[in-house]
Design a protein around this ligand. Structure first.
Ligand code: TYD
Ligand code: MG
Length: 456
Protein backbone atom coordinates (compact mmCIF):
# COMPACT_ATOMS: atom_id res chain seq x y z
CA UNK A 1 0.00 0.00 0.00
CA UNK A 2 1.21 3.47 -0.81
CA UNK A 3 2.35 5.49 2.15
CA UNK A 4 -0.20 8.13 3.23
CA UNK A 5 1.11 11.68 3.44
CA UNK A 6 1.05 13.47 6.77
CA UNK A 7 -0.47 16.56 5.22
CA UNK A 8 -2.44 17.32 2.10
CA UNK A 9 -3.35 20.52 0.28
CA UNK A 10 -7.02 21.38 0.04
CA UNK A 11 -8.58 23.97 -2.25
CA UNK A 12 -10.52 26.28 0.06
CA UNK A 13 -12.91 27.14 -2.70
CA UNK A 14 -14.12 23.75 -3.86
CA UNK A 15 -12.45 21.19 -1.61
CA UNK A 16 -10.17 19.51 -4.19
CA UNK A 17 -7.27 17.68 -2.55
CA UNK A 18 -3.71 17.51 -3.85
CA UNK A 19 -0.56 15.99 -2.46
CA UNK A 20 1.49 18.96 -3.53
CA UNK A 21 0.76 22.65 -3.36
CA UNK A 22 -0.57 24.04 -6.57
CA UNK A 23 -1.02 27.63 -7.69
CA UNK A 24 -4.30 27.04 -9.44
CA UNK A 25 -7.07 24.57 -8.71
CA UNK A 26 -7.66 22.17 -11.58
CA UNK A 27 -11.34 21.78 -10.63
CA UNK A 28 -12.64 25.27 -9.98
CA UNK A 29 -9.87 27.36 -11.55
CA UNK A 30 -9.35 29.43 -8.41
CA UNK A 31 -5.84 30.85 -7.91
CA UNK A 32 -3.89 30.59 -4.67
CA UNK A 33 -6.61 28.64 -2.96
CA UNK A 34 -4.62 25.64 -1.65
CA UNK A 35 -3.98 25.42 2.07
CA UNK A 36 -2.06 22.73 3.91
CA UNK A 37 -4.24 20.55 6.15
CA UNK A 38 -3.67 17.45 8.25
CA UNK A 39 -4.45 14.28 6.39
CA UNK A 40 -7.41 12.37 7.80
CA UNK A 41 -7.63 8.84 6.44
CA UNK A 42 -11.20 7.90 7.38
CA UNK A 43 -13.53 10.68 8.38
CA UNK A 44 -15.80 8.12 10.08
CA UNK A 45 -13.33 7.79 12.88
CA UNK A 46 -14.18 9.19 16.30
CA UNK A 47 -17.80 10.00 15.62
CA UNK A 48 -17.35 12.67 12.96
CA UNK A 49 -20.16 13.38 10.60
CA UNK A 50 -20.20 10.75 8.01
CA UNK A 51 -22.02 8.47 10.41
CA UNK A 52 -25.45 8.12 8.90
CA UNK A 53 -28.20 10.61 9.59
CA UNK A 54 -30.82 8.02 8.74
CA UNK A 55 -31.63 5.21 11.13
CA UNK A 56 -32.77 2.52 8.68
CA UNK A 57 -30.19 0.38 7.05
CA UNK A 58 -32.36 -2.07 5.10
CA UNK A 59 -34.34 -1.01 1.99
CA UNK A 60 -37.87 0.25 2.56
CA UNK A 61 -40.90 -0.07 0.30
CA UNK A 62 -41.87 3.28 -1.21
CA UNK A 63 -45.56 2.64 -0.56
CA UNK A 64 -44.95 1.82 3.08
CA UNK A 65 -43.09 4.96 3.95
CA UNK A 66 -45.24 7.32 5.98
CA UNK A 67 -45.90 10.50 4.05
CA UNK A 68 -45.15 13.59 6.00
CA UNK A 69 -47.34 16.66 5.75
CA UNK A 70 -44.94 19.52 5.31
CA UNK A 71 -45.77 21.94 8.04
CA UNK A 72 -43.88 25.07 7.21
CA UNK A 73 -43.39 27.93 9.59
CA UNK A 74 -43.62 31.44 8.25
CA UNK A 75 -40.48 33.47 8.88
CA UNK A 76 -42.73 36.51 9.24
CA UNK A 77 -41.02 38.19 6.28
CA UNK A 78 -42.87 37.39 3.04
CA UNK A 79 -39.95 37.95 0.70
CA UNK A 80 -37.86 35.56 2.78
CA UNK A 81 -40.66 32.97 2.84
CA UNK A 82 -40.86 33.21 -0.92
CA UNK A 83 -37.19 32.27 -1.47
CA UNK A 84 -37.48 29.47 1.04
CA UNK A 85 -40.27 28.01 -1.06
CA UNK A 86 -43.13 29.06 1.21
CA UNK A 87 -41.68 29.14 4.71
CA UNK A 88 -39.25 27.32 6.98
CA UNK A 89 -39.37 23.53 6.79
CA UNK A 90 -38.80 21.59 10.05
CA UNK A 91 -35.37 19.99 10.13
CA UNK A 92 -34.05 21.91 7.17
CA UNK A 93 -30.47 23.12 6.92
CA UNK A 94 -30.31 26.45 5.12
CA UNK A 95 -27.09 28.10 4.02
CA UNK A 96 -27.12 31.88 3.57
CA UNK A 97 -24.10 33.08 1.61
CA UNK A 98 -22.94 36.54 0.63
CA UNK A 99 -20.02 38.94 0.78
CA UNK A 100 -19.15 40.57 4.12
CA UNK A 101 -21.34 43.54 5.03
CA UNK A 102 -24.13 42.75 2.60
CA UNK A 103 -26.74 42.17 5.32
CA UNK A 104 -26.73 38.50 6.30
CA UNK A 105 -26.66 39.10 10.06
CA UNK A 106 -29.29 41.82 9.69
CA UNK A 107 -31.62 39.43 7.90
CA UNK A 108 -31.27 36.62 10.42
CA UNK A 109 -31.72 38.82 13.46
CA UNK A 110 -34.85 40.33 11.92
CA UNK A 111 -36.10 36.81 11.16
CA UNK A 112 -35.29 35.74 14.72
CA UNK A 113 -37.39 38.63 15.99
CA UNK A 114 -40.35 37.74 13.78
CA UNK A 115 -40.16 34.09 14.84
CA UNK A 116 -40.06 35.19 18.42
CA UNK A 117 -43.28 37.13 17.98
CA UNK A 118 -44.86 33.83 16.93
CA UNK A 119 -43.68 32.26 20.18
CA UNK A 120 -40.63 30.33 18.94
CA UNK A 121 -37.47 30.02 20.99
CA UNK A 122 -34.49 31.06 18.89
CA UNK A 123 -30.81 30.41 19.58
CA UNK A 124 -28.44 32.80 17.81
CA UNK A 125 -24.86 31.53 17.92
CA UNK A 126 -22.35 34.16 16.97
CA UNK A 127 -18.67 33.61 16.45
CA UNK A 128 -18.17 37.05 14.97
CA UNK A 129 -19.79 39.57 17.24
CA UNK A 130 -20.10 39.78 21.00
CA UNK A 131 -23.53 39.66 22.61
CA UNK A 132 -23.25 43.42 23.28
CA UNK A 133 -22.68 44.17 19.61
CA UNK A 134 -25.64 42.05 18.62
CA UNK A 135 -27.79 43.69 21.26
CA UNK A 136 -26.80 47.13 19.96
CA UNK A 137 -27.70 46.21 16.41
CA UNK A 138 -30.93 44.64 17.60
CA UNK A 139 -31.92 47.76 19.49
CA UNK A 140 -31.30 49.88 16.44
CA UNK A 141 -33.60 47.56 14.52
CA UNK A 142 -36.27 47.87 17.21
CA UNK A 143 -35.98 44.26 18.37
CA UNK A 144 -37.28 43.38 21.83
CA UNK A 145 -37.40 39.61 21.53
CA UNK A 146 -38.26 37.87 24.80
CA UNK A 147 -37.19 34.43 23.74
CA UNK A 148 -34.08 35.15 21.72
CA UNK A 149 -30.93 33.65 23.19
CA UNK A 150 -27.45 34.77 22.20
CA UNK A 151 -24.45 32.48 22.45
CA UNK A 152 -21.04 33.92 21.62
CA UNK A 153 -19.11 30.70 21.06
CA UNK A 154 -16.88 29.15 18.42
CA UNK A 155 -16.36 25.58 19.62
CA UNK A 156 -18.67 23.18 17.82
CA UNK A 157 -18.75 20.75 20.74
CA UNK A 158 -19.77 23.49 23.19
CA UNK A 159 -22.40 24.82 20.81
CA UNK A 160 -23.95 21.39 20.37
CA UNK A 161 -23.92 20.78 24.13
CA UNK A 162 -25.67 24.11 24.79
CA UNK A 163 -28.15 23.44 22.03
CA UNK A 164 -28.97 20.06 23.51
CA UNK A 165 -29.57 21.66 26.89
CA UNK A 166 -31.68 24.53 25.64
CA UNK A 167 -33.73 22.74 22.96
CA UNK A 168 -34.46 25.80 20.82
CA UNK A 169 -37.06 25.81 18.04
CA UNK A 170 -34.66 27.40 15.57
CA UNK A 171 -30.87 27.68 15.51
CA UNK A 172 -28.86 30.37 13.70
CA UNK A 173 -25.10 30.02 13.27
CA UNK A 174 -23.28 33.24 12.33
CA UNK A 175 -20.90 32.34 10.68
CA UNK A 176 -19.88 28.81 9.86
CA UNK A 177 -16.33 29.93 9.11
CA UNK A 178 -15.70 30.97 12.71
CA UNK A 179 -16.74 27.68 14.26
CA UNK A 180 -14.31 24.79 14.70
CA UNK A 181 -14.46 21.22 15.88
CA UNK A 182 -11.84 20.04 18.35
CA UNK A 183 -11.74 16.70 16.56
CA UNK A 184 -10.12 18.24 13.50
CA UNK A 185 -6.71 19.75 13.53
CA UNK A 186 -6.97 22.33 10.76
CA UNK A 187 -7.83 25.99 11.38
CA UNK A 188 -11.39 27.31 11.68
CA UNK A 189 -12.71 28.26 8.26
CA UNK A 190 -10.81 25.55 6.36
CA UNK A 191 -12.69 23.18 4.12
CA UNK A 192 -12.44 20.23 6.53
CA UNK A 193 -13.70 22.36 9.41
CA UNK A 194 -16.67 23.94 7.64
CA UNK A 195 -17.70 20.58 6.23
CA UNK A 196 -17.51 18.97 9.65
CA UNK A 197 -19.53 21.77 11.24
CA UNK A 198 -22.15 21.65 8.50
CA UNK A 199 -22.30 17.87 8.76
CA UNK A 200 -22.83 17.96 12.52
CA UNK A 201 -25.59 20.53 12.17
CA UNK A 202 -27.21 18.42 9.46
CA UNK A 203 -27.23 15.54 11.92
CA UNK A 204 -28.71 17.79 14.58
CA UNK A 205 -31.36 19.27 12.25
CA UNK A 206 -32.53 15.90 10.92
CA UNK A 207 -32.60 14.13 14.26
CA UNK A 208 -34.39 16.89 16.18
CA UNK A 209 -36.47 18.40 13.32
CA UNK A 210 -35.06 21.79 14.20
CA UNK A 211 -34.44 24.20 11.31
CA UNK A 212 -30.87 25.50 11.23
CA UNK A 213 -29.60 28.58 9.38
CA UNK A 214 -25.90 28.67 8.57
CA UNK A 215 -24.29 31.90 7.47
CA UNK A 216 -21.30 31.70 5.16
CA UNK A 217 -19.07 34.47 3.87
CA UNK A 218 -18.07 34.62 0.26
CA UNK A 219 -14.62 36.13 -0.16
CA UNK A 220 -12.45 36.79 -3.17
CA UNK A 221 -9.30 35.35 -1.62
CA UNK A 222 -9.27 31.65 -0.93
CA UNK A 223 -8.15 32.11 2.67
CA UNK A 224 -11.41 30.83 4.08
CA UNK A 225 -13.60 28.12 2.63
CA UNK A 226 -16.52 29.51 0.72
CA UNK A 227 -20.13 28.37 0.86
CA UNK A 228 -19.45 26.58 -2.47
CA UNK A 229 -17.73 23.81 -0.50
CA UNK A 230 -20.97 23.21 1.42
CA UNK A 231 -23.61 23.40 -1.25
CA UNK A 232 -23.94 19.65 -1.61
CA UNK A 233 -24.41 19.08 2.13
CA UNK A 234 -27.21 21.52 2.91
CA UNK A 235 -30.87 21.45 1.85
CA UNK A 236 -31.18 25.01 0.67
CA UNK A 237 -28.61 27.52 -0.56
CA UNK A 238 -29.48 31.20 -0.59
CA UNK A 239 -27.15 33.88 -1.90
CA UNK A 240 -27.24 37.58 -1.29
CA UNK A 241 -26.74 39.69 -4.41
CA UNK A 242 -26.39 43.42 -4.71
CA UNK A 243 -23.56 45.89 -4.38
CA UNK A 244 -22.41 48.74 -2.23
CA UNK A 245 -23.64 51.33 -4.69
CA UNK A 246 -27.27 50.31 -4.56
CA UNK A 247 -29.64 49.91 -1.66
CA UNK A 248 -31.52 46.93 -2.91
CA UNK A 249 -30.49 43.40 -2.03
CA UNK A 250 -31.64 40.29 -3.83
CA UNK A 251 -31.68 36.91 -2.14
CA UNK A 252 -31.60 34.09 -4.63
CA UNK A 253 -32.23 30.40 -3.97
CA UNK A 254 -29.63 28.56 -6.04
CA UNK A 255 -30.60 25.20 -4.58
CA UNK A 256 -33.72 24.23 -2.72
CA UNK A 257 -34.83 20.74 -1.76
CA UNK A 258 -38.17 22.19 -0.63
CA UNK A 259 -39.09 24.61 -3.38
CA UNK A 260 -38.25 26.20 -6.70
CA UNK A 261 -34.63 27.06 -7.31
CA UNK A 262 -33.82 30.48 -8.72
CA UNK A 263 -36.63 32.10 -6.78
CA UNK A 264 -35.69 35.54 -5.55
CA UNK A 265 -36.65 37.84 -2.71
CA UNK A 266 -36.06 41.56 -3.04
CA UNK A 267 -35.17 43.82 -0.13
CA UNK A 268 -34.08 47.35 0.43
CA UNK A 269 -31.39 48.15 3.00
CA UNK A 270 -32.62 51.05 5.10
CA UNK A 271 -31.48 52.55 8.37
CA UNK A 272 -34.04 50.28 10.04
CA UNK A 273 -32.69 47.10 8.51
CA UNK A 274 -33.88 45.16 5.49
CA UNK A 275 -37.28 46.12 4.17
CA UNK A 276 -39.06 43.66 1.84
CA UNK A 277 -39.91 45.09 -1.57
CA UNK A 278 -43.29 43.72 -2.60
CA UNK A 279 -43.21 44.98 -6.16
CA UNK A 280 -39.63 45.07 -7.47
CA UNK A 281 -40.63 46.24 -10.96
CA UNK A 282 -41.72 49.58 -9.53
CA UNK A 283 -38.42 50.03 -7.74
CA UNK A 284 -36.29 49.21 -10.74
CA UNK A 285 -38.26 51.51 -13.02
CA UNK A 286 -38.40 54.38 -10.53
CA UNK A 287 -35.70 56.54 -12.03
CA UNK A 288 -36.43 55.93 -15.68
CA UNK A 289 -35.66 58.97 -17.81
CA UNK A 290 -38.48 60.42 -19.88
CA UNK A 291 -38.19 60.92 -23.61
CA UNK A 292 -34.58 59.78 -23.79
CA UNK A 293 -33.50 57.66 -26.73
CA UNK A 294 -31.83 54.35 -26.00
CA UNK A 295 -34.00 53.37 -23.05
CA UNK A 296 -36.50 50.54 -23.25
CA UNK A 297 -38.32 48.33 -20.77
CA UNK A 298 -38.22 44.56 -20.99
CA UNK A 299 -39.72 41.82 -18.81
CA UNK A 300 -37.43 39.21 -17.26
CA UNK A 301 -38.37 36.15 -15.25
CA UNK A 302 -36.62 35.70 -11.93
CA UNK A 303 -37.71 32.30 -10.73
CA UNK A 304 -41.48 32.36 -10.97
CA UNK A 305 -41.68 36.11 -10.75
CA UNK A 306 -41.75 38.48 -13.71
CA UNK A 307 -39.78 41.65 -13.28
CA UNK A 308 -39.66 44.77 -15.45
CA UNK A 309 -36.21 46.15 -16.06
CA UNK A 310 -34.88 49.05 -18.03
CA UNK A 311 -32.20 48.50 -20.67
CA UNK A 312 -30.12 51.49 -21.74
CA UNK A 313 -27.88 51.78 -24.77
CA UNK A 314 -25.48 54.46 -25.86
CA UNK A 315 -24.10 54.49 -29.41
CA UNK A 316 -21.44 57.09 -30.06
CA UNK A 317 -18.88 57.65 -32.83
CA UNK A 318 -15.63 55.91 -32.06
CA UNK A 319 -12.63 58.21 -31.68
CA UNK A 320 -9.86 55.73 -32.14
CA UNK A 321 -10.85 53.62 -35.10
CA UNK A 322 -11.50 50.37 -33.29
CA UNK A 323 -15.04 50.43 -31.98
CA UNK A 324 -15.62 49.42 -28.38
CA UNK A 325 -18.48 47.37 -26.99
CA UNK A 326 -19.22 47.33 -23.29
CA UNK A 327 -21.98 45.60 -21.36
CA UNK A 328 -22.97 46.12 -17.73
CA UNK A 329 -25.34 43.49 -16.35
CA UNK A 330 -25.57 41.70 -19.68
CA UNK A 331 -23.39 39.11 -21.40
CA UNK A 332 -20.70 40.79 -23.50
CA UNK A 333 -20.60 38.09 -26.17
CA UNK A 334 -24.35 38.11 -26.52
CA UNK A 335 -24.19 41.89 -27.05
CA UNK A 336 -21.61 41.47 -29.85
CA UNK A 337 -23.81 38.86 -31.46
CA UNK A 338 -26.90 41.07 -31.35
CA UNK A 339 -24.96 44.00 -32.83
CA UNK A 340 -23.83 41.72 -35.68
CA UNK A 341 -27.45 40.69 -36.28
CA UNK A 342 -28.48 44.37 -36.40
CA UNK A 343 -25.75 45.12 -38.94
CA UNK A 344 -26.35 42.17 -41.20
CA UNK A 345 -30.15 41.80 -41.06
CA UNK A 346 -31.40 45.38 -40.88
CA UNK A 347 -28.41 47.17 -42.38
CA UNK A 348 -27.33 49.27 -39.37
CA UNK A 349 -23.79 50.63 -39.75
CA UNK A 350 -22.34 50.22 -36.28
CA UNK A 351 -18.76 49.27 -37.17
CA UNK A 352 -17.49 52.80 -36.53
CA UNK A 353 -19.41 53.31 -33.29
CA UNK A 354 -18.80 52.47 -29.67
CA UNK A 355 -21.80 50.66 -28.16
CA UNK A 356 -22.40 50.72 -24.41
CA UNK A 357 -25.16 48.72 -22.81
CA UNK A 358 -26.38 49.00 -19.25
CA UNK A 359 -29.09 47.29 -17.22
CA UNK A 360 -30.36 50.02 -14.91
CA UNK A 361 -30.31 49.54 -11.13
CA UNK A 362 -27.28 47.24 -11.06
CA UNK A 363 -29.26 44.17 -12.09
CA UNK A 364 -27.90 41.18 -13.98
CA UNK A 365 -29.93 39.84 -16.88
CA UNK A 366 -28.99 36.52 -18.42
CA UNK A 367 -32.10 35.45 -20.27
CA UNK A 368 -32.46 35.33 -24.06
CA UNK A 369 -35.84 37.02 -23.60
CA UNK A 370 -33.98 40.29 -23.09
CA UNK A 371 -32.50 40.14 -26.64
CA UNK A 372 -35.28 42.12 -28.28
CA UNK A 373 -34.96 44.80 -25.62
CA UNK A 374 -31.23 45.12 -26.31
CA UNK A 375 -31.84 45.37 -30.07
CA UNK A 376 -34.55 48.03 -29.59
CA UNK A 377 -32.50 50.13 -27.19
CA UNK A 378 -29.47 50.17 -29.51
CA UNK A 379 -31.67 50.99 -32.52
CA UNK A 380 -33.39 53.76 -30.57
CA UNK A 381 -30.17 55.47 -29.58
CA UNK A 382 -28.58 54.93 -33.00
CA UNK A 383 -31.51 56.64 -34.70
CA UNK A 384 -31.94 59.11 -31.86
CA UNK A 385 -35.64 58.36 -31.57
CA UNK A 386 -37.00 57.73 -28.08
CA UNK A 387 -39.23 54.73 -27.49
CA UNK A 388 -42.58 55.77 -25.94
CA UNK A 389 -42.47 55.24 -22.15
CA UNK A 390 -45.56 53.02 -22.12
CA UNK A 391 -44.07 50.38 -24.44
CA UNK A 392 -42.44 47.16 -23.22
CA UNK A 393 -40.77 44.48 -25.34
CA UNK A 394 -39.48 40.94 -24.91
CA UNK A 395 -38.37 38.07 -27.14
CA UNK A 396 -35.38 35.98 -28.06
CA UNK A 397 -33.50 36.98 -31.21
CA UNK A 398 -31.96 34.39 -33.55
CA UNK A 399 -29.08 34.81 -35.97
CA UNK A 400 -31.33 35.34 -38.99
CA UNK A 401 -33.01 38.22 -37.18
CA UNK A 402 -36.09 36.19 -36.31
CA UNK A 403 -37.88 36.82 -33.02
CA UNK A 404 -38.49 33.60 -31.11
CA UNK A 405 -40.98 32.76 -28.43
CA UNK A 406 -40.01 32.79 -24.76
CA UNK A 407 -41.20 30.93 -21.67
CA UNK A 408 -43.97 32.28 -19.46
CA UNK A 409 -45.09 34.99 -21.87
CA UNK A 410 -48.46 35.23 -20.08
CA UNK A 411 -46.91 36.08 -16.74
CA UNK A 412 -44.60 38.64 -18.35
CA UNK A 413 -47.39 40.33 -20.27
CA UNK A 414 -49.60 40.55 -17.17
CA UNK A 415 -46.84 42.14 -15.13
CA UNK A 416 -46.42 44.83 -17.81
CA UNK A 417 -50.18 45.34 -17.91
CA UNK A 418 -50.36 45.67 -14.13
CA UNK A 419 -47.78 48.41 -14.22
CA UNK A 420 -49.74 50.35 -16.79
CA UNK A 421 -47.88 49.62 -20.02
CA UNK A 422 -50.12 50.35 -23.00
CA UNK A 423 -48.31 48.48 -25.73
CA UNK A 424 -46.33 45.26 -25.78
CA UNK A 425 -44.11 44.04 -28.61
CA UNK A 426 -43.62 40.30 -28.26
CA UNK A 427 -42.90 37.23 -30.43
CA UNK A 428 -45.86 36.23 -32.64
CA UNK A 429 -45.72 32.68 -31.29
CA UNK A 430 -46.35 34.00 -27.78
CA UNK A 431 -49.37 36.05 -28.75
CA UNK A 432 -52.03 33.36 -28.45
CA UNK A 433 -54.18 33.94 -25.42
CA UNK A 434 -52.94 37.48 -25.01
CA UNK A 435 -55.20 39.18 -27.60
CA UNK A 436 -57.57 40.47 -24.95
CA UNK A 437 -55.25 41.97 -22.38
CA UNK A 438 -57.34 44.72 -20.86
CA UNK A 439 -56.06 48.18 -21.73
CA UNK A 440 -52.86 46.92 -23.34
CA UNK A 441 -52.30 46.41 -27.05
CA UNK A 442 -50.21 43.34 -27.82
CA UNK A 443 -48.29 43.34 -31.10
CA UNK A 444 -46.76 40.09 -32.32
CA UNK A 445 -43.59 40.29 -34.45
CA UNK A 446 -41.70 37.63 -36.40
CA UNK A 447 -38.49 39.51 -37.13
CA UNK A 448 -36.51 42.35 -35.60
CA UNK A 449 -37.25 44.44 -38.73
CA UNK A 450 -40.97 44.17 -37.93
CA UNK A 451 -40.32 45.14 -34.33
CA UNK A 452 -38.33 48.21 -35.37
CA UNK A 453 -41.02 49.22 -37.92
CA UNK A 454 -43.58 48.98 -35.16
CA UNK A 455 -41.49 51.19 -32.87
CA UNK A 456 -40.25 53.87 -35.24
P1 TYD B 1 -24.55 42.93 8.27
O1 TYD B 1 -25.87 42.30 8.40
O2 TYD B 1 -23.71 43.08 9.49
O3 TYD B 1 -23.68 42.19 7.13
P2 TYD B 1 -23.05 40.74 7.11
O4 TYD B 1 -23.58 40.00 8.29
O5 TYD B 1 -23.54 40.18 5.80
O6 TYD B 1 -21.59 40.90 7.11
O7 TYD B 1 -24.80 44.34 7.58
C1 TYD B 1 -23.86 45.29 7.66
C2 TYD B 1 -24.16 46.46 6.77
O8 TYD B 1 -25.51 46.80 6.68
C3 TYD B 1 -23.42 47.63 7.31
O9 TYD B 1 -22.59 48.12 6.29
C4 TYD B 1 -24.46 48.60 7.70
C5 TYD B 1 -25.68 48.17 6.99
N1 TYD B 1 -26.90 48.33 7.79
C6 TYD B 1 -27.83 49.28 7.43
O10 TYD B 1 -27.67 50.00 6.45
N2 TYD B 1 -28.98 49.40 8.18
C7 TYD B 1 -29.20 48.64 9.26
O11 TYD B 1 -30.25 48.78 9.92
C8 TYD B 1 -28.22 47.66 9.63
C9 TYD B 1 -28.40 46.78 10.83
C10 TYD B 1 -27.08 47.53 8.87
MG1 MG C 1 -22.43 39.36 9.94
Amino acid sequence: MAKQPATIYVCQHCGRQERKWSGRCADCGEFNSFVEEKFRPTPQAKGTTTSSIFRHTSPLKFSEIESQEESRTSSGIDEFDRVLGGGIVPGSLVLIGGSPGIGKSTLVIQTANELNKQGFKVLYVSGEESEKQIKMRGERLGIEAENLFLLPETSLENILAETEKMKPDIVILDSIQTVFSEKIESAAGSVSQVREVAGQFMLFAKSTHTPVFLIGHVTKEGSIAGPKALEHIVDTVLYFEGDRHHNHRIIRATKNRFGAANEIGVFEMTSFGLKPVGNPSEVFLQERPEGASGSVVTVCMEGTRPMLVEIQALVSGSKFGNARRMAQGFDYNRLSLLIAVLEKRVGFQLAGDDVFLNIAGGLEVDEPAADLGVICSIASNFRNVPIPPDVAVFGEVGLTGEVRGVLQAQARAREAQTLGFKKLIIPTTNKTGLEKLLGTRVVGVKTIAEALDELF
